[in-house]
Structure formats: structure tokens, C-alpha cells
Design a protein around this ligand. Structure first.
Ligand SMILES: Nc1ncnc2c1ncn2[C@@H]1O[C@H](COP(=O)(O)OP(=O)(O)OP(=O)(O)O)[C@@H](O)[C@H]1O
Length: 223
């Protein structure tokens, strides 16, 4: 049986910022793919290129050379089926936590955005904050609301950029529990960037990135 098409794929994709002597190669020519139901950790230090790779895989940045594509996703899924949890939560200021979360579901075409928002907030233990405005919650709570927003969207591919960066260990592990649980339940592929080994160990494939160069490993296959 042929292997299923990857959900996202980079072929020799690079991203260079600036030009001439000031150019920064954030990601060198990289070939990688996220397979159906993959669980990937992208592990690297600050400035190693994690966010840039994630933005390439999300279609938010265009590669300078090479290609990025999403063979398993149709046109609509490419627009609404990729959920990104950004490093900075960027919630919509005038909307409550519940409204922020429901908006994501609504934009993804859900017929029941309020129910989906309620479920996502409940899963993350955020129901008590539903009626608060973003300015009335902490940075860590905002990061979890950003995760709830993506879960309410029910994407085929979840790309999370250091989602536990502002959270204490236990809250971070709980967020990872929820991300893995939701991905298992919905059949989504999940990629999480992190510098934290405790987060990486929750995922199956480990991609290490250093100065924009990626090496791939699968700890289960190595056993
Ligand atoms: N818009 C930009 N313009 C110029 N250089 C950039 C830009 N975005 C990122 N870079 C540079 O590209 C490199 C990789 O940055 P990137 O944000 O991808 O790293 P990161 O691993 O996500 O870092 P962190 O963990 O600190 O968020 C860094 O040297 C950074 O300074």
C-alpha cells in the first residue's frame, strides 16, 4: 500500500532574512515532512530557527529557496485546517476569552462555535475565565487561551510554537496532555517547538535544529 501523503512537507526549503552582508539564514535548505497523525518535537535553543521553520510549515512565510506544500490538505483545509499556537498569544482585546475562542471556530466554519469554545476552555481548565477580557488574565492564561482557540478550530495540523514557554512545569505538562489528547481524538498531526526536554519527551519524533540546520530522529525507531 502506498504511504499516505504528508500533511506538510518541505523540500530543500530555506528562509533568508535581509540581503547582502546583513543576510541571516534562519533556516538552511531543509527537507522534512509531517506525516498523518505525526507527533513531532522541534528542539532547539533560542534563535536556532524553530519559529521560522514552523511559520514555513504553516504557510505564513514563503521559503526563499525550495518548496513547502501540504499534499494531504485541499484548498479549504490549507486555509482553515492548520492551527497555529503562536509564541505570543495575540488575543483580540475587546473580546472575552469565550468570544476569542468561539471566533476561531466560527472562522473555521463551525456551525456550533460557542459549544466548541466551551469544550476547548473546559478541557484546558479555563471555563472560569470565559467572561474575562484578555487584559484581565495572566500571560500564562493567555497562552492557554491561544491553545484553546486552536483546539476549537479542530485543525488537521496543529503547529505550536513554544506553547509552554510561559507556564510552570505542571501547567505546561497539562497543556501537553490536552494537545496530545485532542490530536489523538481528532486524528490531527501535531508539531511542537520547544527547548524543554520534558515537553519533547511527550512526542514521538524529535527534530533537532541548530543554527538553522535540522536533523531528524525517531526515538521509537532507534530503540
Ligand atoms: N523577520 C526577521 N528578520 C531578520 N531576522 C530574523 C527575522 N526573524 C527571525 N530572524 C532571525 O532568524 C534566526 C532564527 O529566528 P527564529 O525566531 O526562527 O528562532 P527561534 O528558534 O524560534 O528562537 P526563540 O526560541 O528565541 O523564539 C535568528 O537569528 C533571528 O534573529
Amino acid at each position: 500500500m502506498p504511504a499516505p501523503s504528508p500533511v506538510a512537507r518541505c523540500v530543500d526549503a530555506s528562509r533568508v532574512f535581509g540581503a547582502g552582508p546583513a543576510a541571516v539564514v534562519a533556516v538552511h535548505g531543509t527537507t522534512c515532512s509531517i506525516t498523518d497523525r505525526a507527533r513531532v518535537a522541534v528542539i532547539g535553543d533560542s534563535g536556532s530557527g524553530k519559529s521560522t521553520l514552523l511559520h514555513l510549515l504553516a504557510g505564513l512565510e514563503r521559503p526563499t529557496t525550495g518548496t513547502v506544500d501540504w499534499p494531504a490538505l485541499d484548498e479549504t483545509e490549507r486555509t482553515f485546517g492548520i492551527g497555529v499556537i503562536f509564541q505570543s498569544p495575540s488575543l483580540v482585546g475587546p473580546l472575552t476569552v469565550a468570544e476569542n475562542t468561539a471566533l476561531a471556530a466560527q472562522l473555521a466554519g463551525a456551525s456550533d462555535p460557542d459549544d466548541r469554545a466551551g469544550d476547548a476552555l473546559d478541557l484546558l481548565g479555563l471555563s472560569d475565565l470565559a467572561d474575562r477580557l484578555p487584559e484581565e488574565i495572566s500571560g500564562g492564561q493567555a497562552q492557554r487561551v491561544a491553545a484553546a482557540r486552536v483546539l476549537a478550530q479542530r485543525p488537521h495540523l496543529i503547529l505550536a510554537d513554544e506553547p509552554t514557554g510561559q507556564l510552570d512545569h505542571d501547567t505546561g505538562q497539562h497543556l501537553m496532555d490536552v494537545l496530545v489528547q485532542v490530536a489523538d481524538r481528532t486524528g490531527a498531526a501535531l508539531l511542537v517547538s520547544t527547548h524543554d526536554p520534558a515537553v519533547a519527551q511527550r512526542l514521538v519524533e524529535h527534530w533537532h535544529i541548530r543554527a538553522g540546520r535540522l536533523t531528524l530522529s525517531n526515538p521509537e525507531a532507534d530503540r
